[in-house]
Design a protein around this ligand. Structure first.
Ligand code: MG
Length: 380
């Protein structure tokens, strides 16, 4: 039986992971949250993990008091997250924290020889080789949870040799602003940007879908996971989110993975790989959809998508810079402090204007991230 540590257990992916845990009857070793201690307490009482971590120190103290009648140990901050990632009892770490904060725990999990189910794309985008090297050097598996990357991973099972892989084709829903031009996006509100057509997700990633930053991050994530350059990764807008991504081989044969848009399929596959089990997800009824639509992505309107492609081709710290600038700009937009289109301008500005370099350690990545955040704050 898999013993699982879930980083980010109160978020959208975290709660859906616990659905899968219920269905499969798995053991939970550690649970962590940014600050939602009400939900975390319910989870601790139900799953009885050895460790619960709250990133916020004050809230961690509160939780400790509230669950003092249980056996669960409570920790806080980055040290707590790292301890959760390295817990001896766990054999798989599912990392679904939001943002760069997931970088150190991912590397810590690899060093502790834990297999990693990765929903936290930002750490792979920012951390790059540092993450993939740690995974390779420690002989652990890095299993994608992101639906597109899980689709590609599933399509690649059983290929005889990586040389037969020609191209990855990532599908994108296009988000709430598909078909709109720059002029129409000047005054969009946070509420409009949070209104995603197909997927129910956390606020940060939903805004990233509206700007198409999410797809930009996913190009980089796919490149790093499957060792493919940006030139060999295409994006196609697919409004129904039924085809989760595709793989093209040297003979121009294309494989795709399909399913209803429900994250519990990729979450479960990452946990049970290479096995498959029944899941609570609805069956796909293609006739019900009737037709599926596909369109070229609009690189002119969605500047974030362009900025990510550029950062990925630059290499080095550029992807950490693009990610850091976006994390800051995305937050400022949600706080009502900048306009929607400024997110793309700030991300591109950071990529173009901050000196690129080759990061040698995690501290270098954190420095690039901090420089990008400073750039955004200085340019609003
Ligand atoms: Mg995705």
């Amino acid at each position: 039986m898999t013993r699982l540590s879930i980083l980010g257990s109160t978020g959208s992916i975290g709660t859906q992971t616990l659905d899968v845990v219920d269905k499969l009857g798995l053991e939970v070793s550690a649970l962590t949250a940014a600050g939602n201690i009400e939900l975390l307490e319910q989870q601790v009482r139900k799953y009885k993990p050895a460790l619960a971590v709250v990133f916020d120190e004050e809230k961690a103290k509160e939780l400790k008091l509230n669950i003092s009648d249980t056996e669960t140990k409570v920790l806080c901050g980055m040290d707590g997250l790292i301890e959760a990632a390295q817990l001896p009892r766990a054999d798989l770490v599912l990392n679904s924290v939001v943002g760069m904060v997931g970088l150190k725990p991912t590397i810590a999990a690899a060093k502790a020889k834990k297999n990693i189910a990765l929903a936290n794309k930002e750490t792979l985008v920012a951390g790059g080789d540092l993450v993939t090297d740690a995974v390779r050097e420690n002989g652990v598996k890095l299993l994608p949870v992101d639906s597109e990357h899980s689709a590609i991973f599933q399509c690649l099972q059983g290929i005889p040799d990586k040389k037969v892989l020609k191209k990855l084709i990532l599908t994108a829903s296009g988000g709430p602003f598909f078909g709109k031009k720059t002029g129409e996006l000047k005054d969009v509100t946070v509420e409009q940007a949070l209104n995603h057509p197909n997927w129910s997700m956390g606020a940060k990633i939903t805004i990233d879908s509206a700007t198409m930053m999410n797809k930009g991050l996913e190009i980089i994530e796919a490149g790093r996971l499957f060792d493919v350059t940006g030139d060999n990764i295409d994006v196609v807008v697919h409004r129904e989110s039924v085809v989760h991504s595709l793989v093209e081989f040297t003979d121009n044969s294309v494989l795709a993975q399909l399913g209803v848009p429900d994250m519990r399929i990729p979450i479960q596959y990452a946990i049970t790989y290479p096995m498959r089990y029944e899941s609570p997800v609805e069956e796909l009824n293609l006739a019900k959809f009737g037709s599926l639509s596909f369109f070229e992505p609009d690189y002119d309107t969605f500047e974030c998508l362009r900025a990510c492609k550029k950062a990925f081709s630059m290499g080095g710290a550029a992807t950490a810079i693009a990610n850091g600038a976006n994390e800051e700009a995305n937050l400022l937009f949600r706080q009502g402090k900048i306009k929607f289109l400024e997110i793309g301008e700030l991300v591109m500005g950071a990529v173009d204007n901050i000196a690129n370099f080759t990061p040698k350690c995690v501290e270098d990545i954190l420095e690039a991230d901090a420089a990008a955040r400073r750039y955004v704050k200085e340019h609003i």
